[in-house]
Design a protein around this ligand. Structure first.
Ligand SMILES: Nc1nc2c(c(=O)[nH]1)N[C@H]1C(S)=C(S)[C@@H](COP(=O)(O)O)O[C@H]1N2
Ligand SMILES: [Mo]
Length: 408
C-alpha cells in the first residue's frame, strides 16, 4: 500500500502536496523525488485505518493512537474516533471465509474448532454497549514517568458490540470443573516478526468469562468490526482493562491455572498490593493482576480552553464509568475542589456501559476558571483529585478530569 501511495504522490505536484498539508512546503524543491512528507504519511495511514486525522498518533509501529477528549463526546464512540492500542503488527491477511476459532487448554474435555459461520448460526447473538479503557490510560501524568505509551486520558471508548456469549460457547465445548482462567490468542504479528511469539495473550477469570456481557463479538456499532479493532472476531469483556479484550481472535485456552500468556507476567497489567514510593521497584509477590477498572469521568464538552460570554450558562457534558461497578454520582467544581455541585447522571444502558452526565454552570464573573469533575461508584469510592498511587507501569490513573474555561 505504501508503494502505491508513493507512486500517487510522485504524480501530484508540490502545490497539491502543499494544499494537502495546509501550508507551503518552504524548502519543497529540496525534497527527494517521491518523498512523502511525514505529516501526510501519518494522515494517510490514519485515513487508511478509517480514523479521524485529528486523532493523536503516539506510535505507528505498533499503532497506538489516542482520541483527544473533546472527540469522545458521542454517547456511543464511532469507529473513526476510537483509540487504537496494538502490541504487535496488524494481521496481514484475514481470510474471513476460512476463519476458525479453536477452544483448547488443560480444562477442555476435548479441543474443538468452530468456523465463524458456525459461531454465528449456532448461538444466539447479543448486543451491549461496553466500555473499553486501556489500563495505561492517563499514564503520562505519573511522576516519575512510568515506561510505556504516554497516554493522556483518551485511551477509552464505549461502542456497541454484537456477538455470542462466551459462556454459551463454553457450555457447548464442555469445560472441566478445574477451569479457573480463560486466555486469548490473536492473529497479530509479534514486533520481532517471529511467528512463534505472541505480542499479547492475556485473559480473564472463568467467572468473568461466564458473565452475560462477555462476548465473542463480530460486529461493532452494527457493522463488521474494523480491522484495527479486531476484525473478524474479538473477545470483549467490559469493565476490565481493555488488554483482556483480545482482538483478531483465533483461539481460546481454558486453563486450570492463571493464564501465563504474553503480558500476563509481572509487572504487566499489575499494580502493587502494598503501595510503593514513587519510582520504587517492588517484588513480584507484591503485584496483583488488575481486574475491575476504577471509577472515572471525562468532561467531553466543551473542549478545554473554551471561551464564552458572561451571563450565559455553560452546559457541560461527559461520561462516567466504574469498571464492573455502577456510577451513582458525578459532581463538578469551579473553585478548585472547594465546593461541589451534582451533575445530572443517566443510568447505564446495560452493565459496563459508560454513563452520561451533564450540568448547567453559572459563573459569577469574567475570568479564568477550571471545571473539575468527580465521579463516585456504588461502593462509595470517588476519583482522587490528584494522580493516585504511583505504580511501576503507570496504570489506573483515575484523577479528576479538569478543563480550562475563560468567561469573557
Ligand atoms: N490480539 C490483540 N488484542 C489486543 C491487543 C493487541 O495488541 N493484540 N491490545 C490490547 C490492549 S492493551 C488494549 S488497550 C485494547 C485496545 O483496543 P482497541 O485498539 O480496539 O481500542 O486491545 C487489547 N487487545
Ligand atoms: Mo491497553
Amino acid at each position: 500500500m505504501k508503494k502505491e501511495r508513493r507512486a500517487f504522490i510522485k504524480k501530484i505536484g508540490l502545490a497539491s502536496l502543499a494544499s494537502a498539508l495546509g501550508a507551503e512546503i518552504v524548502f519543497g524543491n529540496n525534497m527527494p523525488k517521491g518523498y512523502v512528507p511525514v505529516l501526510l504519511e501519518e494522515q494517510e495511514s490514519l485515513k487508511s485505518l478509517g480514523k479521524d486525522p485529528a486523532l493523536k498518533v503516539l506510535n505507528d509501529k505498533p499503532w497506538n493512537v489516542e482520541t483527544p477528549i473533546h472527540l469522545l463526546d458521542d454517547k456511543i464512540t464511532p469507529a473513526e474516533k476510537m483509540f487504537i492500542r496494538n502490541n504487535g503488527l496488524l494481521p496481514e491477511k484475514i481470510d474471513v471465509s476460512n476463519w476458525t476459532l479453536t477452544i483448547k487448554g488443560e480444562s477442555v474435555e476435548k479441543e474443538k474448532s468452530y468456523t465463524l459461520l458456525e459461531l454465528k448460526s449456532k448461538f444466539k447473538s447479543y448486543t451491549y454497549q461496553l466500555t473499553l479503557e486501556c489500563g495505561g490510560n492517563g499514564r503520562s501524568e505519573f511522576y516519575p514517568p512510568a515506561e510505556g505509551n504516554q497516554w493522556g486520558q483518551g485511551a477509552v471508548s464505549c461502542a456497541t458490540w454484537t456477538g455470542i456469549r462466551l459462556k454459551d460457547l463454553l457450555e457447548d465445548v464442555g469445560i472441566k470443573n478445574d477451569a479457573v482462567y480463560v486466555g486469548y490468542h490473536g492473529s497479530d504479528t509479534h514486533l520481532s516478526g517471529d511467528p512463534s511469539k505472541e505480542s499479547i495473550s492475556r485473559g480473564i477469570p472463568i467467572s468473568k468469562a461466564r458473565q452475560d456481557e462477555t462476548l465473542l463479538a463480530f460486529q461493532m456499532n452494527g457493522k463488521d468490526i474494523p480491522l484495527a479493532h479486531g476484525h473478524p472476531l474479538r473477545l470483549v469483556a467490559g469493565g476490565y482493562p481493555a488488554s483482556v479484550s483480545g482482538k483478531w481472535l483465533k483461539a481460546i485456552s481454558i486453563r486450570n491455572k492463571v493464564h501465563d500468556g504474553s503480558k500476563m507476567e509481572s509487572p504487566s497489567y499489575r499494580v502493587p498490593i502494598e503501595p510503593v514510593e514513587p519510582g520504587e521497584r517492588t517484588s513480584d509477590d507484591n503485584m496483583q493482576i488488575i481486574e475491575s477498572m476504577p471509577v472515572k469521568s471525562l468532561i467531553t464538552f466543551p473542549k478545554s480552553g473554551a471561551e464564552f460570554s458572561l451571563g450565559k450558562n455553560l452546559a457541560i457534558k461527559g461520561h462516567a464509568w466504574a469498571g464492573e461497578k455502577e456510577v451513582t454520582k458525578v459532581a463538578y467544581s469551579i473553585d478548585f475542589g472547594t465546593t461541589w455541585q451534582n451533575c445530572q447522571l443517566d443510568a447505564p444502558v446495560n452493565r459496563f456501559a459508560w454513563q452520561h452526565f451533564k450540568a448547567n454552570i453559572k459563573f459569577p464573573k469574567k475570568g479564568y476558571y477550571e471545571v473539575w469533575a468527580m465521579a463516585t461508584d456504588d461502593q462509595g469510592r470517588s476519583q482522587p483529585m490528584i494522580v493516585p498511587g504511583w505504580n511501576p507501569k503507570g496504570y489506573l490513573n483515575n484523577a479528576c478530569h479538569r478543563i480550562a474555561v475563560k468567561v469573557i
